[in-house]
Design a protein around this ligand. Structure first.
Ligand SMILES: [Zn+2]
Length: 213
């Protein structure tokens, strides 16, 4: 499989999504994207193309794919089953410490009335706690008192739950990017030669088979 999918998100009708591996042929050319800056800044997208500097993109427009690029950082995809808003989030340690998933859910509530209890979430492949040693400065951002392993996927999962997302509506997809060089790019492992993997989600446009009118 060159593009991984979440069983949970795939069970929701009219939503298309994927977490690209290093072998995927996905391109962001026809997707909404951001210049990622490791922040909690989000945008509402109405069309494809780069919207600005930030780390989360939300849309409720059918046909508009929202996307992020990662290599160790975590791609996180959200679906509000009721309002049918979707989001793509880029969460490394800085974005996670800034609470990017929490601020994205708040933005979805403000813009579309999203209730977190109706949200389904998939956390894609990123660097696992197995391979992610951080120093004291970073560890302190997560309430720890010593350097050591950091589980960024779990930190994001905990933030989603704290924001009101049901634990059984959060799925972890894919393994550790550092551990699986044949499948994933890893910035920590490959440094500047690391490519980026594209993850995306969109609401399938109704009647798309009929072509433009
Ligand atoms: Zn690992």
């Amino acid at each position: 499989m060159t593009v991984l999918t979440s069983r949970l998100l795939a069970s929701l009708p009219g939503i298309e999504h994927g977490f690209g591996t290093r072998n995927a042929t996905l391109t962001q050319a026809a997707m909404a994207s951001v210049k990622q800056i490791h922040s909690d800044v989000s945008f509402i997208a109405h069309e494809s193309g780069c919207i600005g500097d930030g780390d989360a993109i939300i849309t409720r427009d059918p046909g508009v794919a929202v996307s992020v690029r990662t290599a160790d950082c975590f791609p996180i995809l959200l679906v509000d089953r009721d309002t049918r808003a979707v989001a793509a989030i880029h969460a490394g340690w800085r974005g996670t410490a800034a609470g990017v998933v929490t601020s994205t859910l708040a933005r979805m509530r403000n813009e579309f009335g999203t209730d977190p209890r109706n949200v389904f979430a998939a956390i894609g492949p990123g660097i696992g706690a197995c391979c992610y040693e951080v120093g004291l400065d970073v560890a302190r951002q997560f309430g720890k008192t010593e350097a050591g392993k950091l589980d960024l996927a779990m930190e994001n999962r905990n933030q989603l739950i704290a924001a009101g997302v049901e634990a059984d509506r959060i799925e972890k997809v894919g393994g550790c990017t550092f551990c699986h060089p044949a499948q994933f790019f890893s910035w920590r492992r490959d440094h500047n030669s690391a490519g980026r993997m594209i993850s995306f989600i969109r609401i399938v446009a109704a009647g798309v088979e009929a072509g433009p009118t």
